[in-house]
Design a binder for this molecule. Sequence first.
Ligand code: FES
Length: 483
Amino acid sequence: MTLLARSSPRAALAASSSSLTRSALSAATRRSLSSKAAPTLAPAATTSSSSSSSSRSATASSPLNAPTRSLATHATSSPSSSKGPTGVLLMNMGGPATLPEVGDFLSRLFHDRDLIQLPWQKRLAPLIAARRTPKIVEQYRKIGGGSPILRWSRLQGEEMCKLLDEIHPETAPHKPYVAFRYARPLTEEALDEMARDGVQRAVAFTQYPQYSCSTTGSNLNELYREIMRRQERGAPEGNIEWSVIDRWPTHEGLVEAFTQRVKDVLNTYDPSIRPTVPIMFSAHSLPMQIVSGRGDPYPAEVAATVNAVMGRLGWSNPYRVTWQSQVGPSAWLGPQTSDTVKGWAKQGYKDAVVVPIAFTQDHIETLYELDLELAEEAEEHGMKLKRAESLNDHPLFIKALADIAAAHLDSVYGGGVHDKTGEVAQTATTGQVFAWNQGRTSRQMQIRCPGCSNAVCGSQKAFFGQGQVGVGEDLMRGIGGQE
Ligand code: FES
């Protein structure tokens, strides 16, 4: 993913989805990996313990949940009247599962005005996508012929829902659906599937722990648009009752899963050097136009995750938050992950650990950018990198997903969060309040970025936050509305 607001056609050619764009844009200046050896990066050991550190995060039954006004767009059904499974829609940008799907993936990405705004976008997007496709196909070929993100998403969703049925039986059965922004299954396909299953109640659960309007925001805007289309044609799935888990950067199960992945790598070093090995927590960068100009919350939320993980590690090692996938000539959030490697190599460091802190599944940013490009770059500078394994099927991570969803559903529908014996361990009135258990959306999701000029954001927030204090106030004053 690459996240630009307004760009010239020239800039558009220089900016898009991470490695997707970089290779095509600056082919002349980048090394050709095709003739080089396989990566030397040593993956972390896969010792995922399943210790129970998950949170029983329940919520406060707060005024946030009190209805204040009614919009005509929402169906209002109670849990007891609901038929069909409770849908859990896992949202992500996705990736092409096969090489022939790369072109369509890029085309959708460049058409996304929530992500990048180009002049003559409808005409430019297919041209840019076509130009980039061969290079990106080559990158996907190098990681096995496609992105594994759908496989991981399905596995995570299925395992999460099994746990969810046990710890929040009031809304069982739960069924996972996947909605990718740029690859199949798309949002419309997920809604078709939900319609076939008779879903009347669903949770839109972002798979980005840290919120950005360029990622989760784009997914939610697309979901909102698709719901509106279905309402217009009178389709029953236009009246699904929705709530949203929009961020979960500090959930203790997530933090513990990351911590274990980091420990697994650190434990491969000799104890004599272990505490001196620096850690790079690498997240996808953003243009400063989005960070400073628009006021996107993503950098602060990434930092919150890193701070929590380092705290759990007992501040055992020196570390930095670094940012990968920068493209184009404009200013981006830094330091870049690759520059960090070069800088530390210059300072004499021979080893470093890189942790993908904003990705919970393997995809091209981990398997290609970190495992191939970065590892090779590090080696050229005399440094050996080891990467913490992605969370993928880590049992603690799966449990964290279920805990987050259960606490969220409890905050919307009640019923408590149950322990293994079936007893209610916490309820919405006894637990700590987090972003994911504040009712239909987090309080933080209710406000638009100070520099936001996208009217769909206001409409989307008003729709999903219906019934909560403060949601959609700008819409009500006539500032919001569809583009
Ligand atoms: Fe952040 Fe619109 S860009 S709310």
